[in-house]
Write a protein that binds this ligand. Structure first.
Ligand SMILES: Cc1ncc(COP(=O)(O)O)c(C=O)c1O
Length: 406
């Protein structure tokens, strides 16, 4: 029987910081009479360009949609390959398949959880078209090496920045580094629109194509078509033309209104998460059974997730049991990630062995993500850290050995 203290205190995995300003912004849209993509979406995109330094930003229904469209505009052929990490969410890989290409996984650096940039070169072939790094937990990948490889082999770089809104590499904001960058505003992300995403890019022609693809491939979006006479370009026809086989990936103004308010608060929320991470790190620093992910000194970490690695060989319980015990103590936690090559679909499709990507496989058995959100207070953080320590103390192998010796 576990002796871990039972407490009535609970800490959710995440709670979005939604205040009066967000409520008012959504209400204003509801009362404006224009709910779907329109002026708020345009404003959100403008502010996003300002925030990231990107030339273009297209607001979309999800990061998944952003990944799909970034890949789609590369006009991929069935033999083309996209290099990415297996230690990620399913969308990173599934969108490569939806865009009609092949996935080429490269193992991760176990210290950072990011794609191991030193292993990318050996995975490049004449069929490689792009590198798709994922900034795990908000920790930017080695973008200098990745960009150099892309230049050398004429590859595009598509960043999965679902976790990395506030991140920087060498002082440069994520969003203005690679050819395309894909952001998520899912409910638990650094800023949220409930569901939503953004695709940034610096290519005028491709940005325009992405915008059309996001709304059925139409030449004019609905908002512009419904402008009153005299407010738009009167020489333009009022009907649309289908220019491409498009999708329905636009973001509504209701969501964009939320995004505008959230984006203005992004840096403040990031500061709060950063302080929480610092407190966690100091409280857990002397727990030998826990290892932190490391980061390059040139990066600014987005602090999206506080994921840690359990040294399970020093414990009498598995990571899964550890997670269950945290949940029993009222603490919401999660696992980022179970490497995609271990999932039945990819295992079968590519005939993967667990050992094909040993670092990602090992991390998959050891990682646990603790609660992290801006409104967590010090008591919450201390409660989580104390519970983690208490579970570990109870299940240390060294403890079992010493007990056996008595
Ligand atoms: C690394 C990564 N990429 C992509 C996504 C997909 O984001 P969305 O839910 O906005 O499509 C997620 C979502 O959690 C993610 O963690």
């Amino acid at each position: 029987m576990s002796k871990t203290k039972v407490s009535s205190h609970t800490v959710p995995f995440f709670k979005a910081s939604i205040g009066k300003e967000e409520e008012q912004a959504v209400l204003d849209v509801l009362r404006s009479g224009w709910l779907t993509t329109g002026p708020r979406s345009v404003e959100f995109e403008r502010l996003f360009c300002e925030y990231t330094g990107a030339r273009h930003a297209v607001a979309l229904s999800s990061c998944t949609a952003a990944l799909h469209l970034a890949l789609e505009v590369l006009d991929l052929h069935p033999q083309d390959e996209i290099i990415t990490t297996p230690f990620t969410f399913s969308a990173t890989a599934s969108e490569i398949l939806h865009a009609g290409a092949k996935i080429r996984f490269v193992d991760v650096n176990p210290e950072t959880g990011n794609i191991d940039e030193l292993k990318i070169r050996e995975a490049i072939s004449e069929r490689t078209r792009a590198i798709l790094p994922v900034h795990f937990a908000g920790n930017p990948c080695a973008m200098d090496t990745i960009l150099e490889l892309a230049l050398e082999y004429d590859l595009r770089v598509i960043e999965d920045a679902a976790h990395a809104l506030e991140s920087r590499f060498d002082g440069q904001k994520v969003g203005a580094i690679g050819d395309f960058t894909c952001f998520s505003f899912y409910a638990t992300k650094n800023i949220t629109t409930a569901e939503g995403g953004m695709l940034t890019c610096d290519n005028d022609v491709l940005a325009e194509k992405i915008r059309m693809l996001s709304l059925h491939g139409m030449s004019r979006d609905a908002w512009k078509r419904y402008l009153p006479a005299g407010t738009g370009n009167d020489d333009q026809p009022d009907y649309y033309q289908i220019m491409h086989r498009g999708y329905k990936y636009n973001l509504s103004d209701l969501q964009a209104a939320l995004g505008i308010v959230q984006l203005k608060k992004a840096d403040l929320m990031w500061q709060k998460r950063k302080q929480i991470v610092e407190l966690y790190r100091s409280l857990l620093a002397d727990v030998g059974e826990i290892e932190f992910f490391s980061q390059d000194e040139r990066v600014t970490h987005g602090n999206h997730l506080f994921a840690v690695k359990l040294n399970t060989e020093q414990l009498s319980i598995s990571r899964n049991r550890f997670v269950k015990m945290l949940k029993q103590a009222g603490i919401g936690c999660s696992i980022h990630f179970i490497s995609l090559h271990l999932h039945p679909y990819y295992k079968e499709k590519y005939r993967f062995e667990d050992s094909d990507f040993p670092c990602a496989a090992d991390l998959s058995n050891r990682v646990v993500t603790l609660p992290l959100f801006p409104d967590m207070n010090e008591f919450d953080v201390r409660y989580v850290a104390d519970t983690v320590k208490s579970i570990i103390n109870e299940h240390k192998i060294s403890k079992l050995v010493s007990v056996n010796c008595i």
